[in-house]
Design a protein around this ligand. Structure first.
Ligand code: AQP
Length: 328
């Protein structure tokens, strides 16, 4: 079982990224043959950014993933921009990607609507590069949060269309979305997902937030005017906190509802704040130990890129051959 997933190089990963994706990456190391994780700097350039900041953010994210439990001896961890096969395959896959499909992508619609400066062609092609990331490794499984489900469906379409047009070459991957915690919501706008680019500071719990910040944000989380700790469509704020608590405790939502039955929101929020702080503290502490060793982080990424390239270049050879591109 080959596993692949990518994560954007934003140093400030939030609880949604951690619960929806990073937790699954760590677990995937035991099942993946191999589990391959990529820090997607090429995706990060599709919106306005600073080059020096991007390099720093890649190291931040590398340290974060290692702090969360990724072990370079048990997975392949690398930077997308170090393996040129991703961009080449992206271009080749545009031949079997419909313009209309890209136009229907929710993330493109939302991000382009928010974009004040140039809406780049890269933002439009973002899902094709994502398809290339996964298909280059012939991955069977893609662990992501709920917001990425549509992109994995598209890459499946692309792989199927490629195989139909050029012969059986690519593996059609399956999405893996966690049962609980696939969509952690913004604390201040609990009908929207917690997001790096769209949420406010107060609405976002960062993995590196200290106990004080965590408590403040959770205590001021938007909730309804009722008093029952219960998951319900008309209680998005409380439902979100129940779900966070359930993930941290490793139980289902009804177990949390029973535990806090009859308690006030204030007491429940206090308990969630303590649980989140305890959950994230070891990651923050480990991050602080690992982040200063920039040479070590670069070395980890370089070794990962070498292993990744060996796998991706074999796929590229087959794809180019099947498509009749380049010399024999
Ligand atoms: N709120 C969320 N709940 C659960 N999972 C989430 N993910 C993102 N938000 C939530 C998952 O985190 C992984 C890495 O995401 P990413 O940083 O590469 O970018 P993203 O998916 O675009 O989400 P962000 O970080 O919030 O950024 P923006 O603001 O750009 O949307 C993915 O597997 C994602 O599903």
């Amino acid at each position: 079982m080959r596993i692949f997933s990518g994560i954007q190089p934003t140093g400030r990963k939030h609880l949604g990224n951690y619960i929806g994706a990073i937790r699954q990456y760590v677990e995937g190391q035991d099942r993946g043959d191999p589990a391959i994780y990529c820090i997607v700097d090429l995706h990060a350039i599709t919106v306005p950014y600073q080059p020096s900041e991007l390099r720093r953010a890649v190291l931040d994210t590398t340290a974060m993933l290692l702090a969360a439990g990724l072990d370079p001896d048990r997975c392949v961890l690398f930077r997308q921009g170090d393996v040129h096969e991703h961009t080449e395959l992206c271009w080749l896959l545009t031949a079997v990607t419909a313009h209309g499909e890209l136009n229907r992508m929710t993330q493109f619609k939302e991000k382009s609507a928010r974009q004040r400066e140039l809406v780049s062609a890269g933002l439009f092609l973002y899902p094709v590069l994502q398809a290339a990331d996964v298909l280059a490794y012939r991955a069977h499984e893609v662990p992501v949060g709920e917001d990425q489900r549509q992109h994995v469906e598209l890459m499946r379409e692309i792989a199927i269309r490629f195989n139909n047009r050029f012969g059986e070459t690519l593996v059609v991957p399956e999405v893996r979305v966690p049962e609980v915690g696939a969509r952690i919501m913004d604390l201040q706008a609990p009908t929207d997902k917690m997001s790096t680019t769209a949420s406010t500071e107060q609405g976002t719990l960062y993995v590196l937030d200290d106990e004080k910040a965590i408590t403040k944000k959770i205590k001021s989380a938007v909730t309804d005017s009722g008093s029952e700790v219960r998951v319900a469509a008309d209680k998005p704020g409380i439902s979100n906190l129940v779900e966070v608590m359930a993930v941290i405790r490793g139980v289902d939502n009804p177990t949390i509802e029973r535990e806090f039955d009859g308690q006030q929101y204030g007491a429940f929020k206090q308990a969630v704040a303590e649980a989140v702080a305890d959950f994230l503290r070891p990651v923050r502490e480990r991050y602080e130990e690992l982040r200063p060793d920039e040479a070590g982080l670069q070395q980890t990424l370089a070794e990962g890129a070498e292993r990744a390239q060996a796998l991706a270049s074999a796929t590229l050879r087959d794809v180019r051959h099947a498509m009749g591109v380049g010399g024999e």
